[in-house]
Design a protein around this ligand. Sequence first.
Ligand SMILES: Cc1ncc(COP(=O)(O)O)c(C=O)c1O
Length: 381
Amino acid sequence: MQSTNQLRQETQCVHSGTFRDEATRGLNTPIFTSSSFEYLDRAEVPYPRYFNTANQETVVAKLCALEHAEDGLVFGSGMAAMSTALMACLGPGDEVVMQDELYGGTHAFATEQFRKLNIGCHFTATSAAAICAAATPRTKLILLESPTNPLLSVLDLKQVADFAKARGILTVIDNTFATPIYQQPIRLGIDLVVHSGTKYLGGHSDLCCGAVLGAQPLIRQVRHMARFLGGSLNAQTCYLLERSLKTLKLRVDQQTRNAGQVAAFLQTQPRVAKVNYPGLPSHPGHGIAKSQMTGFGAMLSFELSSEAGDPKQFMRQLKLIKPALSLGHVETTICSPVATSHSKMTPEARARVGITDRLLRLSVGIEHVDDLVADLAQALR
Ligand SMILES: Cc1ncc(COP(=O)(O)O)c(C=O)c1O
């Protein structure tokens, strides 16, 4: 048997981590429902909040194989993963450099909570040069997202990782949009990878989870904080996530093929003022995306022109595509970031980044692309 690192992604999705159930010799990891375990004569006792049960560990092993990580933890949500990772790495007097263009929940968490904890925060543009220029001797951590939510800006991750390593600064990335199928930040030198597994990893609009992955010493540090904050994932959802990951590669490849065609279609439409998709040669981050990702992903955003009327009305005209929260699922969904993912950002911060009232974010699913294009075309008409 090859070592799991040599296996192709499709194979890792199916096989990595699976718990071998010797009692039944079933092919799937069983769902272990116990929350109480005998403790005599064992060095480490499993307990759900200790992040060390069999279901947690098997799904972490699959994620580690995909992200090229040594270790990891699965959480009850993406925000539990992100907030725990940040709390584990930061303390009073530390400073963080982070992009202005980040998932709105992470942005709001830093804006609201860091001040209380006496953690400084510098927001910058999505460019390696701007991020490196914002670092000071007190910078402890650089928080990254690429491609970003919702504008799909792309950042040179290796440049930031090299800069940070040379100065002993930790780097953390939200890799939700790219998925481990298209981007493995640890291989580019990033220290910690965070996911909202509610999105592509789960992929079927039926679970909420998060993950943090990285090298063993750092994950040990995150686990220490995680055991206090307690945001662990239950066995049933671990199983659902493990099952979903088996088709991750198939799903995101199909979604990405569809997204490329939908982006090309939208670009030809007079009622669409702008399309943000890293797969378009006209996108400012196209070159970097091509060099550090193996696919452009299935998220895009576009701005309706003023002739297209009210964006809410446009969404109501869609028959197949659902205006819905969240993203990365098998069904195509659309949302206005101003009203949803970025509603907690201040209007000034949104304006600085370029998130306007006419911007719509599309999460492209696995449906037939002709049906998606037809739905968008009739709504634009
Ligand atoms: C890029 C990104 N990161 C993190 C999160 C937070 O994840 P969760 O909703 O699972 O807590 C989201 C949610 O929309 C997201 O889009």
